[in-house]
Write a protein that binds this ligand. Sequence first.
Ligand SMILES: Nc1ncnc2c1ncn2[C@@H]1O[C@H](COP(=O)(O)OP(=O)(O)OP(=O)(O)O)[C@@H](O)[C@H]1O
Ligand SMILES: [Mg+2]
Length: 306
Amino acid sequence: MSVISVANLSKTYAGGFRALKDISLDIRRGEIFALLGPNGAGKTTLISIICGIVNPSAGRVTVDGHDVVADYRAARSTIGLVPQELTTDAFETVWATVAFSRGLFGKPANPAHIEKVLRDLSLWEKKDSMLRTLSGGMKRRVLIAKALSHEPRVLFLDEPTAGVDVELRKDMWNVVRALRDSGVTIILTTHYIEEAEQMADRVGVINRGEIVLVEEKAELMRKLGRKQLTVLLQKPLDTIPDSLAAHRLTLAAEGMALIYNYDTRGERTGITALLGDLNAAGIRFRDLHTTQSSLEDIFVGLVSER
Ligand SMILES: Nc1ncnc2c1ncn2[C@@H]1O[C@H](COP(=O)(O)OP(=O)(O)OP(=O)(O)O)[C@@H](O)[C@H]1O
Ligand SMILES: [Mg+2]
């Protein structure tokens, strides 16, 4: 069941730049969806259109069944947005700015909810502090608190941990997971592949305004579990001997290397048997090395393809 539906969405900015090209994407209720892409790929543009801040040039977006253009208020009220840029009123207190945010969505005051949000984000002790006195990481938490002030069912986090130290990043991941567990759908953009690996149920990759991959994280991890062993030989082989057929090797580097694929999480990798059979076949090797494809490789491959 999808909570956000994006259909054939395109965006051409006033200067004529095509930032999004025919994007279709469904976000499932209750998932954490990570949108990965290089600078300028269109992540913020896509989020801004879903949140009704930027108008689409073509296509249609619904949030919880509400069209983001025709039914803006209803759509927007279900969304919390943590923007990429840190903008806060330096001379407001934490409490005032978060409580005011709730009012902007026409929701009645609810101090108990604001308190819960501030406590969950470890901001309660700072509730009377002026924003300008907070550290950068705390300011980012305040942005999250603001986005949660009106009890949204969908939360967008645009680069939530940019410039945040490792410790705080992990804290924020916990906060986001807890939100997901409470039923909030989360869409986050990130440059940190590790963040997507840690957090996401599904991963989407966007490049030059096009979605180039959408996949379950578990499926990506399955791909990650694959490793490759390269056996560099002392003498070149013309063909792979029949006695080695079961290992499904491929010959590379003009016969000077054998490549063996295996699953790191399998009970047996088959390496011992392979090396034994190589020995029995009289094949001598010079060196061995292994490589593992990571989400980063997949990502870089997708993004540099074009
Ligand atoms: N208001 C605008 N007018 C014209 N072009 C714009 C505007 N906003 C964004 N763009 C262009 O659209 C493209 C996508 O920008 P966007 O901010 O969506 O990328 P992004 O994926 O969020 O990048 P980043 O990772 O740097 O945040 C960029 O080339 C950008 O220069
Ligand atoms: Mg951006």
